[in-house]
Design a protein around this ligand. Structure first.
Ligand code: CAO
Length: 481
């Protein structure tokens, strides 16, 4: 009898457990529904927005960034994140701010274009991180933000007291992202600027003409290029945090970033072991190759030979040139266009391998043709036949190009102390997260707003912080205390 009762109780218990499980499932489902989420295949799928495209916030809405960056590499990264909707709070040294505010100044007493063009859509708070009150504010920022981005010299963040361990204890969800000159290794403690990275990352040794010295490029591949790499690392870390609930460190070294952009040159280094690089002009000139990838002048990096050719007006206009590519599939059209129809069948010119030792002669003949027209006329004539060419556009021409204004790639921004200026807007276009470019902040413009509204310090605490001089020069009466 007792056994029967026991069995009955167990059955009841099992049933109530199952009911509880079901109840929990229903509650979870209701909760998920209320939060606009539905679970399918273990992946949380959010309810689809019914708002028109581009009018349902921004991709990184709700992400708070403690922006501890300066100069170019770090600010490029945080500016991109700000354009995607992140709330970027730039921490700057009281009285001075980011060193670039005062560098290459064109308008007296106004933030330089160097600064304004790299710090759009951000807020600025001034803070002496080496003071006790300053550190108190910084720690609150760490607890409040999702990401800390910095590009100080190696060890500077640790010296401030913001070690990874300390940050991770204060906020286990925080992503800590850094730009450094070099990754771990013999040079990890070095300070690095743009051109140092271009030289150390393989760009300079492969840029220039084979009989000239190494050259750096105008594109800021060390600074802005690494900032771009870092931004991708941050977004990836935030995505992983959705699953793991923890932050992580993100490191983008400038040498690594440049080398990544020079990937095709490492490709050629290995090809060199199997013979000369036939698409390099020096091959056709009979100039022997050495042990390392040489500078290729304006030769095309890929398998489609190309060079820069003169156009009408080159004698006086330094940019009256065009990049011309002798792409194999359109070779016959090129022959007709330049008035050499015989080359279409001639054994020395008809096939790509036969042309390789004769590239100098071939491009010389094409140049005779391009010199009879402006670069834009050459472009029109070639584009009509699907022949890939690129006019050498000056910064003046780019600044005045209407299509770049229309797409928001070149924008006019108004600034309270310097007036209107041109900037490059967000080069990455998202169809449901539209970027608007707003002016860069004045030094410490948002200190009060961030202390009270974001960090929720009480008026008394704010007065205490300010009196200590941590956010700038302390009010005279208190400073004397
Ligand atoms: N309050 C108090 N101190 C602050 C501060 C603040 N708000 N912000 C910065 N500082 C301090 C730092 O703590 C550091 O102090 P210590 O040297 O005593 O630790 C000091 O300012 C200077 O920082 P830094 O060494 O980074 O600056 P620098 O001008 O000497 O060097 C640079 C600049 C770019 C060479 C170096 O930061 C660097 O190598 N960064 C990494 C690579 C990089 O991003 N390079 C790209 C630069 S863009 O061309």
């Amino acid at each position: 009898m007792a056994k029967k009762k026991d069995k009955k109780a167990k059955k009841k218990d099992k049933a109530s457990k199952a009911a509880r499980k079901l109840e929990l499932k229903v509650v979870a489902k209701k909760k998920a529904k209320a939060a606009g989420k539905a679970k399918s295949n273990g992946i949380v799928a959010f309810k689809r927005s019914t708002k028109p495209w581009g009018q349902d916030g921004k991709a990184l809405d709700g992400v708070r960034i403690l922006d501890f960056t300066h100069v170019q590499s770090g600010p490029t990264c945080t500016q991109l994140l700000a354009w995607f909707g992140a709330d970027v709070m730039k921490v700057e040294r009281p009285g001075v701010g980011d060193i670039t505010r005062g560098q290459l100044q064109d308008v007296p007493n106004a933030d330089s274009l160097y600064f304004t063009m790299l710090n759009h859509n951000k807020r600025s708070i001034t803070l002496d991180s080496k003071s006790k009150q300053g550190m108190k504010v910084l720690e609150r920022l760490v607890q409040t933000c999702d990401v800390l981005v910095e590009n100080f010299a190696p060890g500077a963040l640790d010296r401030m007291g913001l070690t990874w361990e300390h940050i991770h204890t204060l906020n286990p969800r925080m992503v800590v992202a850094s730009v450094k000159g070099f990754g771990p290794g013999p040079y990890e403690d070095c300070k690095v600027y743009e051109n140092v990275a271009q030289c150390a990352g393989g760009s300079a040794s492969t840029t220039g003409f084979h009989d000239g010295p190494p050259l750096v490029t105008g594109a800021q591949i060390g600074d802005s290029g690494t900032g771009l790499h870092l931004a991708l690392g941050i977004v990836a870390a935030l995505y992983q945090r959705n699953r793991t609930g923890r932050g992580q460190r993100v490191l983008a070294s400038m040498q690594d970033g440049v080398l990544n952009l020079c990937r095709v040159k490492l490709r050629d280094q290995q090809r060199l072991a199997h013979g000369p690089l036939k698409e390099y002009t020096q091959y056709g000139q009979g100039i022997p190759f050495g042990e390392a990838v040489p500078r290729a002048g304006n030769d095309s990096g890929g398998g489609q030979p190309g060079v820069i050719l003169k156009c009408k007006g080159w004698e006086t206009d330094p940019n009256a040139y065009i990049y011309f590519i002798t792409q194999a599939p359109v070779w016959e059209k090129i022959c007709d266009l330049i008035g050499e129809p015989g080359w279409k069948t001639h054994p020395d010119y008809a096939k790509p391998p036969a042309r390789l030792p004769r590239l100098k002669e071939i491009f010389g003949r094409i140049e005779q043709w391009t010199m009879t027209m402006t670069k834009f006329d050459v472009m029109n004539a070639c584009n009509a036949l699907d022949i890939p060419v690129g006019p050498i556009l000056s910064m003046k021409e780019l600044a005045e190009e209407p299509s770049l204004r229309e797409s928001g790639t070149i924008v006019e921004v108004d600034h309270p102390t310097r007036g209107k200026y041109l900037s490059v807007g967000n080069p990455i276009k998202l169809s449901d997260s539209i970027s608007e470019v707003t002016r860069s902040p004045l030094l410490g413009e948002h200190t009060d707003e961030i202390l009270s509204k974001v960090l929720k310090f009480t008026p008394r605490e704010i007065a205490e912080i300010k009196a200590s001089g941590a956010t700038g020069e302390a009010p005279k009466a208190q400073a004397a205390e």
